[in-house]
Every structure is written in structure tokens, then in C-alpha cells.
Design a binder for this molecule. Structure first.
Ligand SMILES: *[C@@H]1O[C@H](CO)[C@@H](O)[C@H](O)[C@H]1NC(C)=O
Ligand SMILES: *[C@@H]1O[C@H](CO)[C@@H](O)[C@H](O)[C@H]1NC(C)=O
Ligand SMILES: *[C@@H]1O[C@H](CO)[C@@H](O)[C@H](O)[C@H]1NC(C)=O
Ligand SMILES: *[C@@H]1O[C@H](CO)[C@@H](O)[C@H](O)[C@H]1NC(C)=O
Ligand SMILES: *[C@@H]1O[C@H](CO)[C@@H](O)[C@H](O)[C@H]1NC(C)=O
Ligand SMILES: *[C@@H]1O[C@H](CO)[C@@H](O)[C@H](O)[C@H]1NC(C)=O
Length: 425
């Protein structure tokens, strides 16, 4: 902290005479935001590289609040994440939460109601009471958004950055191509509700010091439930049209946050954006000037879940899918961006992390690229997943009751070393 004290005292001095100056100046303390991009890097206001090394904390399923709170406190869960040396989380939410706030004249729903809606009267009441018992700071009438606020406040207290991710329109487990949440205009995926929700959360998140970036939409995918929509719209041209609307909604509400753009086919590729090739069926291409005034706020995100026995071929595939964006020296790279691998994961047992080629290959590749990443998933269980209550998550870093590491072997042998090789500052 010492090296920052001069800047900080200068700011306080100026603040005495002009409080406006203080409000509009950059933060002289953690998280040293707003963050910006510079070529393939994300930078903080100290000029340091910011590389996310973090984990997904889901909050977009039926109850529409962050998971795990019937078992552990917000403080405990954030402490566990922090203890690994991680610097960030990808916190997911559903647009339906904001739709319901609008329907309810601006008032959010108390979590007691949300639990009963999602789990039924008996189990909903029981789990709600468990949440209050595990989190004594929660008042009885706490709302969903206030739970998000509590998570954000604890992340700030423990210096964990937040990438806030719109995971679904409906509050439900994600994803498949027939769930009505696949693509812009799908059954539950209203573009107007989506941009309204993005703007709402961007505005609301101004009160979260830990919030530094927002993902526009998780895993866009072909709407197999609607052949007409798929044929007419599931393409890069419409992707670009809607991504510009989403990015514009976020930036208009909150010009500080970075904006993560995700690709097609479950966010497995963003190649035309990187190579500046036609956004088909149109012949036009990605133009940074379409994001005038916030050209230095865009980051690309990718997901990878694969089964492979050949690391070289997975590396080539990741490169061609988008990591090429971090290689300005490659003549094929037209648009240089930082890449964040915001989902990858595997079963947390004693051996997968070291014996499964996919698991070892992703780890070595991230370290080699010094790219940002967020593993799926911290959750040891979910309140409810596709109808199953208290559902076990074998990919969760934590055990069912979120108390301890599911695979201490991985944490020690794979995860902490990866964090050590990538997390920055
Ligand atoms: C309610 O919770 C119990 C476990 O406490 C579980 O056995 C039961 O299946 C749940 N009810 C529903 C409808 O899922
Ligand atoms: C919760 O709301 C109910 C009904 O509006 C009210 O009677 C009660 O006092 C509130 N409880 C707390 C702790 O604010
Ligand atoms: C398919 O999507 C289009 C465009 O959003 C919509 O107008 C139409 O009603 C949808 N069809 C069905 C069967 O849901
Ligand atoms: C959009 O939000 C409104 C509430 O403002 C809601 O009634 C409507 O169902 C939502 N649309 C979709 C497609 O979910
Ligand atoms: C692995 O993939 C690379 C790249 O596709 C290929 O050149 C190599 O032959 C493969 N190795 C094996 C053992 O199949
Ligand atoms: C992190 O890596 C450095 C070397 O780069 C090593 O000295 C240090 O012990 C490592 N720390 C952990 C926790 O692995």
C-alpha cells in the first residue's frame, strides 16, 4: 500500500476543496479501477496487468440468488475462494429477476417468497430458514438483490473482483438448445427485457466497488425449438446487431465496467471477430468504432468443455476459436483483445485433474497464454437444478455442504499452482 500513499493523499487534499473532483477521479485504492484494455491485456489504474484467476458462483437458477447460502455464510464462501489466491468470481444472474422487479413496481421479491416459489412451501420455508441461520446478518425480509449486494460487499472487503454475468433470461439451470433461452427472440429471450436487465444491473452495480466487468450473455446457442428463428437469425450478423445493443445498454448505464462478449455455439468460438472476417450473411465486419467512446472496454470470452486425448489439437482449437486475439504478432489477427476463459471444468476427484488430458491441457494453456479464467464451479450443490432439490455438483470445488474442498489433491496439486502462474496483480 505504501507506494500508493502519495497519490491517495493528493486525492484527499484536492477532495477537500472540490468533492466533485474526488468523485470523478480514478480509484486510488483497490480495485484500482476503472479497468481498461490495452491490446491483449487488461490494465488497472496503476498500469498493472489484471488477469482473472477465479471461479463461477452461480445465482441464475430458479431461486435467483447466489447458491450455497443455506450451508455457509457469504463471508465463509468468499474466504474459501480468497484462500486459494483467486482474485475474482463470475457471479451469474437471471434477467427474470429484473423483469419481476419491474412487474412489482420497482420492488424486489423477498428471498422467502423466492424460495417458496422455487422449492415449494415446506422445503422453501425450511431452506430459507437455513439461509438466515447460516447468515445472521440477513434480515428476515431480505430480497434477492440484497443478497447479491451482500456478496458484492464481502467481495470488496476481501478484494475479490466481480465479473457479473447474465446467464439466462429465465431463472433456471443452463443450458440446452431447446430451453427457450438460446438466442435473441427465443421464447423467453426478449431482447428488450435483456437490454433493460443489463442496464439495470450495470446501474445497480455502481454501488459495488468490486464490480469491474459484465458479461453480456452466457452461451448463445442455436434455438433448436424454433426452426424459423434459427434459420432467420442464428448467425454472426444478428449476433453483432444484438451485441452492440447489449454493450450499449451496459455502457450507457455504467461507463466504468469492462464488457465481455461471448461467441456462438455455447460460446466456443469468436473467430470472425478476431480475424475481422465477414459477419455472415452480411459482408460487413467487426468495427471497434461501433463502440465509440468505449473501445478500450471490450474483452472476449470463451468456454471449453471437451474430451480429448491430444493436447496439441486442443491447443490449436482454442487458438483458432479465439485465443489468437491475444497474438497481435499473428498476421491473421485483425482485432486484438484480451481473452477470458470464463468456463471450463471437470469432475472433482483425486485423479481427473492430473490424468485427464483436457484438464491438464487447459491448465497448461492458460498458464502459457497468461489468460484470464474462471472455473466452473465453486458450488458443491444447488438449491435446485432441473427439478432436483439440493442437487449434488460433482464438478464443484467445494463439497455438498460447501464446507471444504472436494478434491484437496487438485487444489494443492493443480489449482493453486495455476492460480500462482496466472493471477495478476
Ligand atoms: C424436499 O426436501 C426433501 C429433503 O429435505 C427431499 O427429500 C424432497 O424430495 C424435497 N421435495 C421436493 C418436492 O423436491
Ligand atoms: C418484514 O415484513 C413484514 C411485513 O411487511 C413486517 O411486518 C416485518 O416487520 C418485517 N420484518 C423485518 C425484520 O423487517
Ligand atoms: C419463433 O421465433 C419467432 C421470432 O422471435 C417468433 O415470432 C415465433 O413466434 C417463434 N415461433 C415459435 C413456434 O415459438
Ligand atoms: C419481459 O418482462 C415483462 C415484465 O416487465 C414480463 O411480463 C415479460 O414476460 C418478459 N418477457 C419475456 C419474454 O420473458
Ligand atoms: C495430435 O494433434 C496434432 C494436431 O492436430 C497432430 O499433428 C498429432 O499427430 C496428434 N497426435 C496424435 C498422437 O494423434
Ligand atoms: C508461486 O510461484 C513461485 C515461483 O514463481 C513460488 O516461489 C511460490 O512458492 C509459489 N507459491 C505457491 C503458493 O505455489
Amino acid at each position: 500500500m505504501a507506494r500508493r500513499s502519495l497519490g491517495a493523499s493528493l486525492l484527499s487534499l484536492l477532495a477537500v476543496g472540490n468533492s466533485l473532483f474526488f468523485q470523478t477521479s480514478v480509484a486510488a485504492s483497490w480495485p484500482y479501477g476503472p479497468l481498461v484494455t490495452e491490446g491483449r491485456d487488461i490494465k488497472n489504474t496503476e498500469g498493472e496487468d489484471v488477469v482473472y484467476a477465479g471461479v463461477n458462483w452461480p445465482g441464475a437458477a430458479d431461486v435467483m440468488i447466489p447458491e450455497g447460502l443455506q450451508y455457509q455464510s457469504v463471508e465463509y464462501i468468499v474466504s474459501q475462494i480468497k484462500s486459494l489466491g483467486m482474485n475474482s468470481i463470475r457471479l451469474t444472474y437471471a434477467i427474470e429477476m429484473i423483469d419481476q422487479i419491474y412487474e412489482n413496481d420497482g420492488e424486489d421479491v423477498p428471498i422467502q417468497t423466492a424460495f417458496i416459489e422455487a422449492l415449494g412451501e415446506t422445503n422453501g420455508t425450511k431452506v430459507y430458514n437455513q439461509v438466515l441461520a447460516a447468515n445472521p446478518s440477513f434480515g428476515a425480509n431480505i430480497t434477492r438483490l440484497e443478497v447479491f449486494d451482500a456478496v458484492a460487499a464481502e467481495c470488496a472487503a476481501q478484494e475479490i473482483l466481480i465479473n457479473l454475468d447474465n446467464h439466462m433470461s429465465l431463472g433456471a439451470w443452463c443450458c440446452n438448445t431447446e430451453d427457450g433461452n438460446s438466442w435473441f427472440g427465443d421464447t423467453y429471450f426478449s431482447v428488450a427485457n435483456w437490454t433493460r436487465g443489463l442496464g439495470y444491473m450495470a446501474e445497480h452495480g455502481k454501488s459495488w466497488p468490486a464490480l469491474v466487468s459484465m458479461s453480456l450473455r452466457n452461451e448463445l446457442r442455436e434455438p433448436d425449438n424454433n426452426a424459423t428463428l434459427a434459420a432467420a437469425s442464428y448467425n454472426w450478423q444478428d449476433w453483432y446487431k444484438y451485441i452492440k445493443q447489449g454493450a450499449g445498454a451496459v455502457n450507457a448505464a455504467n461507463s466504468d465496467v469492462l464488457i465481455l462478449l461471448s461467441g456462438l455455439s455455447f460460446d466456443t468460438f469468436v473467430t470472425p471477430v478476431v480475424r475481422g472476417t465477414a459477419l455472415t450473411p452480411s459482408t460487413s465486419t467487426f468495427q471497434l468504432s461501433d463502440f465509440a467512446g468505449y473501445e478500450d472496454k471490450l474483452v472476449l470470452e470463451l468456454h471449453t468443455y471437451a474430451s480429448t486425448t491430444n493436447c496439441t489439437s486442443l491447443e490449436i482449437s482454442l487458438y483458432n476459436s479465439g485465443f489468437q486475439a491475444m497474438h497481435p504478432e499473428d498476421p491473421q489477427t485483425v482485432n486484438v483483445f484480451p481473452i477470458a476463459l470464463t468456463e471450463f471444468g471437470f469432475i472433482q476427484d483425486a485423479t481427473q485433474w492430473k490424468d485427464n488430458v483436457y484438464a491438464t491441457c487447459v491448465a497448461s494453456y492458460l498458464a502459457q497464454e497468461k489468460a484470464s479464467w474462471m472455473q466452473w464451479v465453486i458450488a458443491g450443490s444447488y438449491y435446485i437444478r432441473t427439478g432436483v432439490q439440493d442437487s449434488e455438483e460433482t464438478w464443484g470445488l467445494l463439497t455438498h455442504d460447501w464446507s471444504t474442498w472436494r478434491s484437496p489433491e487438485y487444489v494443492e496439486g493443480g489449482l493453486v499452482p495455476l492460480i500462482n502462474k496466472t493471477a495478476s496483480p
